[in-house]
Design a protein around this ligand. Structure first.
Ligand code: G4P
Length: 290
């Protein structure tokens, strides 16, 4: 379910998260391995303040390993522990329990010195829609749970899901909005399927995607669409014309857009990460020029 965000939704969601934050020791911020930056909520730093945080880079099976590792270092440089997971895997439980303890190690040590021991860490999961919150909560709870509060603005009493002796999760995840005001971010979210298809024109998504794969994963693009070296130097628009004809879609470009976008989402062009740590400086400069 993709939520259409309105100012009213946003302030409700924010208030709900802030209310729930009071009850947790640690925030688990879930991001998508294909979009470790674009899938973050722009206000989260402000919202969670000084509350300890663990960044969880989910869907690692879909992301580019090398780039994910660069993001882990990026977060580390900001003093934030980041771990990469696949929420569908059983080993996620151990990994996150260990990471949660690591983030809170000082606090746990002090508590144990005061004689407080074996108290489970209470945590809540926060992330934009489709990032894998429900999947992860089911995994951590060890069962399929009905996440009734999985809508902004739906508040209810706090209930804790027990992962193990060391970890408990609030049964209501924090759902926040992505940075959709930035056009490039919108294109990235759309290409991975993180936002609804009708929010951004498909031709723009396809052009963005073709240019991105041409620049970053040319071999995969060439292989998938059986392109000659010469064709690889065509512009995105010329590639669209060429491939639409090659597939026998005549001039029905929409059919090629659908095919390409589905291919990318289904990892038919391999694993990929759209946000690049190496683009950060460039994007900063662009902002300065605005
Ligand atoms: P949300 O609560 O944050 O909105 O996300 P949710 O758990 O519903 O997950 C959104 C989609 O992402 C689901 O796919 C889910 O299976 C998938 N997903 C979650 N974690 C991972 C992961 O680590 N790796 C991969 N490959 N996929 C993941 P869906 O197509 O919407 O549903 P379904 O295929 O599970 O039926």
């Amino acid at each position: 379910v993709v939520i259409q965000w309105f100012p009213g939704h946003m302030s409700k969601a924010r208030r709900q998260v802030q209310e729930n934050l009071k009850h947790v020791d640690l925030v688990m911020e879930l991001v998508d391995a294909r979009l470790p930056l674009s899938s973050r909520n722009p206000m989260l730093d402000k919202i969670i303040g000084t509350k300890p945080r663990l960044v969880i880079i989910n869907k690692k099976d879909l992301g580019d390993d090398l780039e994910i590792q660069k993001w882990v270092h990026y977060f580390e440089a900001q003093g934030i522990l980041a771990v990469k997971i696949n929420a569908k895997e059983q080993q996620t439980v151990k990994k996150l329990t260990k990471a949660a303890k690591e983030v809170l190690s000082e606090k746990l040590k002090r508590a144990s010195e005061r004689g407080i021991q074996n108290k489970a860490i209470r945590t809540m999961i926060i992330g934009i829609p489709n990032v894998g919150k429900s999947t992860l909560m089911n995994r951590l709870a060890g069962k399929k749970i009905a996440i009734t509060g999985n809508k902004p603005g739906v508040t209810k009493g706090q209930q804790w899901l027990k992962t193990n002796e060391e970890l408990e999760i609030l049964d209501t995840p924090g759902i926040l909005w992505p940075k959709f005001e930035d056009q490039r971010v919108g294109l990235k979210l759309a290409l991975t399927g993180a936002i609804k298809d009708d929010l951004i024109p498909k031709d723009e998504i396809t052009i963005f995607g073709l240019d991105f794969f041409k620049a970053n994963y040319p071999t995969e693009l060439q292989k998938r669409f059986k392109l000659t070296d010469e064709q690889m130097s065509l512009s995105a628009v010329d590639l669209i014309v060429l491939l639409t004809q090659k597939y026998g879609f005549r001039d029905d470009y929409d059919r090629f857009y659908d095919l390409f976008i589905k291919d990318v989402r289904d990892s038919k062009l391999g694993t990929y990460t759209l946000d690049r740590v190496s683009d950060l400086d460039k994007e900063d400069t662009q902002d300065d020029n605005d």
